[in-house]
Design a protein around this ligand. Structure first.
Ligand code: IDP
Ligand code: MG
Length: 157
């Protein structure tokens, strides 16, 4: 895959907060080299949740999914980096925790199809929409980090 700078949208879901796994999960993203360019704690409103999960509106678990997502404050983040969208999905693992490989966040910490700790955008189109849905422009920060040339690409050497 060609290297490209991307931004992706993350939700640290209620179980990540309630099980005190926020720091553990964040450190996995940080160690990978992803840069936090936006972060805030919120309780997601019904209209935003319904928009965010509109692709699941006809599923039998939609109501319990909404109740789960509203059961605690969550932390929203935007992460940036080379191929950030696909790289983050790999770290997070597939939807069902009991099917996810050990080493992934869901594989290491979730046994559930619903309570799987993290949301991560699944494509560039989705990421763009999700970032706009949850963050204002002024809540996102463009800044340099000293590790940049080591983390991102050989082209800097
Ligand atoms: P993703 O989070 O891996 O992208 P999606 O299919 O977009 O998965 O589903 C969104 C969220 O809906 C999942 O992360 C999970 O919390 C919940 N979900 C998906 N499938 C099921 C299911 O079969 N049972 C219960 N909850 C589910
Ligand atoms: Mg999804």
């Amino acid at each position: 895959m060609r290297d490209k700078e991307e931004q992706t949208f993350i939700i640290m879901k209620p179980d990540a907060i309630q099980r005190s796994l926020f720091g553990e999960i964040l450190s996995r993203f940080e160690r990978k080299g992803l840069k936090i360019i936006g972060v805030k704690m919120v309780k997601i409103s019904d209209p935003l949740l319904e928009e965010h999960y509109s692709h699941l509106a006809d599923k039998p678990f939609f109501k319990t999914l909404k109740n789960y997502m509203k059961s605690s404050p969550v932390v929203l983040m935007v992460l940036a980096g080379t191929n950030a969208i696909s790289a983050t999905r790999l770290i997070v693992g597939p939807t069902k925790g009991y099917e996810a490989d050990a080493g992934s966040i869901r594989g290491d910490f979730s046994l559930s199809a619903q309570s799987n700790l993290v949301h991560a955008s699944d494509s560039p189109e989705t990421a763009k929409k999700e970032i706009k849905r949850f963050f204002k422009d002024e809540e996102l920060f463009n800044y340099e980090k000293p590790d940049y040339k080591f983390v991102y690409s050989e082209k800097f050497f």
